[in-house]
Design a protein around this ligand. Structure first.
Ligand code: CDP
Length: 220
């Protein structure tokens, strides 16, 4: 059994959904690092000011972020126990989160927390730079991806199911833009680690992806 598992990949590849289910099946703690960048984005928007790098840096400096994983759900808390689990998955956050995540001071703070959380072992962590930067010694690295049209469709379904009024073409453009910022940033860009296993999920169901992750986790 692999003790520390890293899953990376572009936006909308289905990482959160499948990684969470796979972690549950093997009894591991699931750590959603994207939720932490989303929490910083959420708090930045609370200022109701134009989103500048200065504002983001001032925000992250003074905030605490906690992830609590219970019953298969990652709950996100900021500052003195303010829960924002649902608030972080909106189109407004999607729009600015990659701008937030490019900044070195933001990443330094969150990566320190992520490494601390992984120390306990039996963890499955997902994000953009887990295999390449946060946990380079992970026992298993998976790069999860899917074609852009499929990823846009998945994100469209996720948002409409929650009652957001969204447009498929706009979502596709927004995901493409986020992937570009994530892949081209100077600090720990989105990239498949040399020793990661590539899993293209375009034509796979959620169950098939979960089973594949579990199979890889159980491997020697
Ligand atoms: O769910 P989705 O794939 O759309 O995104 P997410 O995993 O919630 O991550 C949101 C954003 O946070 C990404 O687009 C990245 O800009 C940033 N992120 C990152 O830079 N590094 C990570 N380890 C995780 C997320």
């Amino acid at each position: 059994m692999k003790n520390v598992i890293a899953i990376d990949g572009p936006a909308g590849a289905g990482k959160s959904t499948t990684a969470k289910l796979a972690a549950q099946k093997i009894g591991y703690t699931y750590i959603d690092t994207g939720a932490m960048y989303r929490a910083v984005a959420w708090k930045t928007l609370q200022a109701k000011k134009p989103v500048t790098d200065e504002l983001i840096l001032a925000t992250v400096k003074d905030m605490t972020i906690n992830l609590r994983y219970d019953n298969g759900v990652t709950r996100v808390f900021v500052d003195v126990d303010k829960e924002i689990t649902n608030e972080i998955r909106t189109p407004a956050i999607n729009e600015i989160v990659s701008q937030v995540a490019r900044l070195k001071d933001v990443r330094d703070k969150l990566v320190t927390l992520q490494r601390e959380m992984a120390k306990r072992g039996k963890v499955l962590m997902d994000g953009r730079d887990i295999g390449t930067n946060v946990l380079p010694d992970a026992d298993l690295k998976i790069f999860l991806t899917a074609g852009i049209d499929e990823r846009a469709k998945r994100r469209y379904n996720e948002l409409t199911a929650k009652g957001h009024n969204v447009d498929l073409a706009e979502i596709k453009a927004s995901i493409t833009n986020r992937d570009k910022i994530d892949s081209e940033r100077a600090v720990a860009p989105l990239k498949q680690a040399d020793d990661a296993i590539l899993l293209d999920t375009t034509a796979m169901s959620i169950d098939e992806v979960v089973d594949k992750i579990v199979e890889l986790a159980e491997g020697e």
